[in-house]
Design a protein around this ligand. Structure first.
Ligand SMILES: [Zn+2]
Length: 119
């Protein structure tokens, strides 16, 4: 379960936010400009409870709104850009789904590979 508490993880959120560029228009993407993995999605490290974890920024962005389960899939619902991390409530570009839901054939499913598990 990935949880991001604005108070408890304030320093962590500030560090991650430094790698996000918000487009000039109100509806533009917020792009991750930190490290990018071979699959086209961002990556960064968290240190929680003495353990380091690799986290995908679009999952982290969504977890700022609600805890993200290990089987939750983050979908890029609006823009389909793997580096978009715009997940604010009521207008974000990301939505959460589960693996129990039917998987669409088209683009828009933002998470590939193993889910993130954090304490
Ligand atoms: Zn976007």
């Amino acid at each position: 379960m990935l949880r991001v508490d604005a108070t408890v993880h304030a320093a962590e959120v500030a560090r991650v936010t430094r790698f996000v560029v918000r487009g000039p228009d109100l509806r533009d993407c917020w792009l991750w400009v930190g490290a990018i993995a071979d699959d086209g999605y961002g990556r960064f490290w968290l240190n929680r409870h003495g353990h380091k974890h690799v986290v995908r920024p679009h999952r982290y962005a969504l977890a700022r709104n609600l805890p993200l389960g290990e089987h939750d899939i983050v979908m890029h619902e609006v823009c389909e850009l793997p580096l978009c991390v715009r997940a604010e409530a009521g207008g974000g570009h990301l939505e959460v789904g589960t693996q129990a839901q039917p998987r669409p054939d088209g683009p828009g499913w933002g998470t590939r590979g193993a889910p993130l598990v954090l304490p």
